[in-house]
Structures are given as C-alpha cells and as structure tokens.
Design a protein around this ligand. Structure first.
Ligand code: BEZ
Ligand code: FE
Length: 331
C-alpha cells in the first residue's frame, strides 16, 4: 500500500482537490536504489546554485528548440517559486491541482484547455501565431467543444436538430484578402443552446450532434443555415478550474457566440467566433476571447427569424517552414 497524500480523499478539502490518490512511488518502483557519485562532482544544492545546476543538465538537449524550451521552463518555474516562496503544503496542493486537472479530462471534457483559456494563455498563443492578419478576419480561441467530423449539412438546412431556443438565420460569405470569393470553403460551425449548453454536454451529445455542422460555401462564397439563438454561458466550473476562478474572485461566463472554423486550399484555416452585440459579458469574457471586429448585432426581421451575418476573410496560407510570425516592432 502506498500512502495517499493529504487532500487526496474523495471529498474536497480545504487543503486540496478531490483527485484519486497521488502516490509518491508508483507500484513496482519501490526498490531502494543506492546512488554513488564520483568524489569530484559537487552535489550540494541550495537556493543559490540549484537553477544553474538544472540548466546545465539540459545543455545537451536533442535539438536547439528542446534546449530553448527546457531552459525557459526551468528559469521561469524557478523564478515563480522564488517569487511566491510556497510552503511545502502549498506546493503539494499545486501538484494535486494539476493532477485533478488531468483526471478531469475525458472525451468530452478538456480541463487543461479550460486552464489555458482562463489564464489567458490560449489567447496569447493565438495572438503570437496570428500577428499580421491584415484584412483577414481576426482569430480567437477554439475552446473545448469543437468536435472533428461534424455532420454535413446542405446550405439552408436547420442544424439545431431540436435544440431549444429562438429561431435564428446565420448567413455570410468567405473571401480571400483580395476580395475573391472562396467557393467550396469548408465551414465548420458549433454553438450552445438557449440555456448555454453544447450538445456534447448532454449524455447523448456525441451520438446525436445538435447545433453543430459542416457546410460548404456556394460558387459565390456564400453560406447560410438555420438554427437557434445561443445564450451566454458559464464554462464548466465544477472542477479544478472552477475552484481556481472562485479563489481568484472571477465569474465563469462567456458572452453568447457562434463558433466557426473555416478552411480552403491556399488559405490559413480561420478559427473564430461571431459574438452577439449587447451581451452583458462582452467586456468580461472569462477566456479573454472577444475582439471588437467579431461582434455583430442580432438583426430582427419584419418576418422570419432573427438574423446574424458575417463576411469572413481568409489570410493566405503561410509557407510551412516560416512557423511563428515575427514579433511586433517597437515604437
Ligand atoms: C467555448 O467558447 O466553447 C469555450 C472556450 C473556452 C473555454 C470554454 C468554452
Ligand atoms: Fe463556445
């Protein structure tokens, strides 16, 4: 038997998160190993030399990138610990938090994406990778509710499949930066219902997708589909990320939006949302995903459903080897 660490019981305690036992020594690895070291190697580490000792260990990393990333990780992590000077109990609690975050992940729940999103890291990575959109539509977070191979629909279909909510017509177009319409662009879309739930958050969601579709633009680059008006919603907050938000005094809400992922040959795949104007959470999105140019009004029509319209512009594909865009110029 291996002793569970404090705070790892089923119930949530003040000291930690309710993940299953966190063993220091996995079964089968408990043999005592006696290490000998050559006499001439200094091995007495303290606050003043531990960082450089660890940095020295990665000097022979298998690639320059592995070395750069490893060194930055060690430098920043050690600086973080020096900054906060955690007690040992606090550090154990932090490890339990990350353990629970992993244990919370399943086919339909990605707690690490939520953590990255709520700490603003997803939007930072997004910003670094899309520095020069020019005329192209701006990008925002993918989020955890994207599902590959969504059901294909024809233009004009109702994709809501019985989701509750006010009727909505979504329409728009896809063009390249020079204005050329993109025919046959693949438009993936997904959104929450009037109560703020995605299909995948219901027990049968993966088997019966709703409010989710893949369409193709027509010869003029246009698309349109019927569905229901999505509501603002709290991100899943019954796990470690929700606990973190409470500790930080933050609400868990996202403003109402419709997701899009749009791809076409020769163009960069666009991952973005349309946000509905007037939503109370536009200025305080828990994942920092709102951009002014992505907000559109819900237009009421004399007859027929409310309408949401967006004309998307795709950036030209970048040569594969260029990788991350150059940093912004100072001054
Ligand atoms: C979403 O919009 O689906 C979403 C994005 C980030 C975190 C949670 C949800
Ligand atoms: Fe969403």
């Amino acid at each position: 038997m291996h002793a569970a660490l404090p705070g790892s019981q089923a119930g949530r305690s003040r000291e930690g998160w309710p993940c299953s036992g966190l063993d220091r020594h996995p079964p089968g690895k408990a043999k005592l190993r006696v290490r000998t070291r050559p006499e001439n190697v200094m091995q007495s580490f303290d606050e003043t030399n531990i960082t450089s000792a660890v940095l020295a260990k990665v000097a022979q990393a298998t690639s320059p990138r592995a070395r750069q990333v490893s060194e930055a990780l060690i430098r920043h992590l050690h600086a973080f610990v020096r900054d906060i000077e955690p007690t040992e109990a606090e550090w154990l609690s932090a490890i339990e938090f990350l353990t629970c975050t992993g244990q919370m992940c399943s086919r339909t729940r990605q707690e690490f994406i939520l953590l990255s999103d709520t700490l603003g890291v997803s939007m930072l990575v997004d910003a670094i990778n899309h520095r020069h959109p020019g005329a192209a539509t701006q990008t925002t977070v993918l989020g955890p509710f994207y599902v590959q191979d969504a059901p294909e629909f024809a233009l004009g279909d109702d994709i809501s499949r019985g989701m509750p909510g006010e009727k909505l017509l979504v329409e728009g177009s896809v063009a390249r930066a020079d204005g050329t319409p993109v025919a046959g662009a693949i438009v993936d879309t997904w959104h929450a219902d009037q109560d703020g739930f995605y299909d995948v958050q219901t027990p049968s969601g993966l088997e019966t997708p709703a409010g989710r579709a893949r369409l193709r633009t027509d010869a003029q680059g246009r698309f349109w589909f019927h569905t229901v008006v999505p509501a603002s919603y709290p991100i899943p907050d019954d796990g470690p990320v929700g606990d973190m938000l409470k500790l930080q005094g933050r609400h868990p809400y996202r403003p109402a939006h419709v997701h899009f992922m749009i791809g076409a040959p020769g163009c960069e795949t666009l991952v973005t949302h349309i946000f509905i104007a007037g939503d109370r959470y536009l200025a305080s999105d828990v994942v920092f995903g709102v951009k002014d140019m992505l907000i559109r009004p819900l237009e009421t029509q004399a007859t027929g459903p409310a309408r949401l319209r967006y004309d998307f512009v795709l950036a030209d594909a970048r040569p594969a080897a260029t990788g991350v865009a150059s940093p912004p110029q100072q001054g």
